[in-house]
Write a protein that binds this ligand. Structure first.
Ligand SMILES: [Zn+2]
Ligand SMILES: [Zn+2]
Length: 367
């Protein structure tokens, strides 16, 4: 689908290209698909930029539910509203929007609360369908339905999203950075800023300096942490981490064993870090992070998500020593007036510098 959106396309299916995951773990296939017109409470979005989150990779590999195929993955994106369905308020054609995998109906007690962002009206599940009628808006050219992913499915030139999953943003926001606000950056910054509420002058240890861990460093830096220790088996991450506020680095692979690595951090922080963040998604690493946290007032925040079925194993005595916190996904309260998005944008949160140059996902023609 080339050129500007035209009112002629409103209410009709659009034929465009998408990267389709046909089978678990197999390369995505660039193919033409049909994207149905939005139904009530839905908008159709022309995707400008999308990014790859590790959760896309996790679900791409999953052979069994909640892995479903053929599926259009992708849940970090920014785009422009091409057309709207019935009963859509607050967003109109031409608006720049960021689709968000967590719904915000704006009406239920949870969405109205500042304590949670887990909507109790539109439940968050890794569903292969749209909310409401539990069907797909995508079909391939043979008429086979293509499954949705996290209510976003942004690896397509066009997608249909429920209005509860859309945040309108300032169109001046650089699109190749803004798409990261859909998930990774908000999760990490929010974990430090909103979930842990890191205090000025405190010490922080971050286990795993991927995109989420770097965003946690950014959040901790914004909160005024005095020491931010990055923990990663790749020593190259230290230089990258410095840009986001990391002040010290520990490579556990260079330590004699696991407990000596933990001891290094405990000594560096004079008894354990005030805040530890697990940002890899490994149950075993949660235990390591917890061991490096200060007894008494320390808080260990579990940001990473291990594979389904992974278990943590803490004794009740252990967890009586300090806080173990499981944030609710994005850690922030989204509002459709995009206060959070614009706050990130205007405070020039440095994960906005994450990317170098964007690539074209679908070949020569850009989205
Ligand atoms: Zn994600
Ligand atoms: Zn709600």
């Amino acid at each position: 689908m080339e050129g500007k959106d035209s009112p002629k396309t409103a209410g009709k299916p659009i034929r465009c290209r998408a990267a389709v995951a046909r089978k678990a773990g197999e390369p995505l296939v660039i193919e033409e698909v049909m994207v149905a017109a939005p139904k009530a409470h839905e908008v159709r979005i022309r995707i400008i930029c999308t990014s790859l989150c590790h959760s896309d990779v996790t679900f791409w590999k999953l052979k069994d539910p909640p892995g479903y195929f053929p599926r259009i993955l992708g849940h970090e994106a920014i785009g422009v509203v091409e057309s709207i369905g019935e009963d859509v308020d607050g967003v109109t054609e031409g608006d720049t929007v960021i689709p968000i995998f967590l719904p915000d109906c704006g009406e239920c007690v949870d969405c109205k609360s500042t304590k949670s962002n887990l909507c109790s009206k539109l439940l968050f599940e890794v569903s292969p369908w749209m909310h409401g009628d539990e069907t797909s808006r995508f079909t391939d050219l043979k008429g086979q339905a293509l499954y949705h992913f996290l209510y976003v499915s942004s690896f397509s030139e066009y997608t249909v999203v429920d209005i509860a999953h859309v945040v309108r943003v300032d169109p001046a926001i650089p699109p190749n950075r803004a798409c990261l606000l859909s998930c990774g950056v908000s999760t990490g910054v929010g974990a430090a800023w909103r979930t842990a509420n890191v205090e000025a002058g405190s010490t922080v240890a971050i286990f795993g300096l991927g995109a989420i861990g770097l965003a946690v460093a950014e959040g901790a830096r914004l909160c005024g942490a005095s020491r931010i220790i990055g923990v990663d088996v790749n020593s190259d991450k230290f230089e990258i981490g410095k840009k986001f506020g990391v002040t010290d680095f520990v490579n556990p692979a260079s330590c004699k064993d696991k407990s000596s690595g933990e001891q290094v951090i405990i000594e560096m922080t004079g008894g354990g870090a005030d805040y530890c963040f697990e940002c890899v998604g490994l149950a075993s690493l949660v235990h390591e992070a917890y061991a490096c946290c200060r007894k008494g007032w320390g808080k260990t925040v579990v940001v990473g998500v291990d594979k389904p079925g992974a278990r943590l194993n803490f004794s009740s005595f252990e967890v009586s020593n300090q806080n173990l916190i499981f944030p609710s996904l994005l850690n922030v309260t989204w509002t459709r007036n995009c206060s959070w998005m614009n706050l990130l944008h205007t405070r020039e949160v440095s994960p906005m510098r994450y990317l170098d140059e964007p690539m074209s996902l679908l070949g020569k023609r850009t989205l």
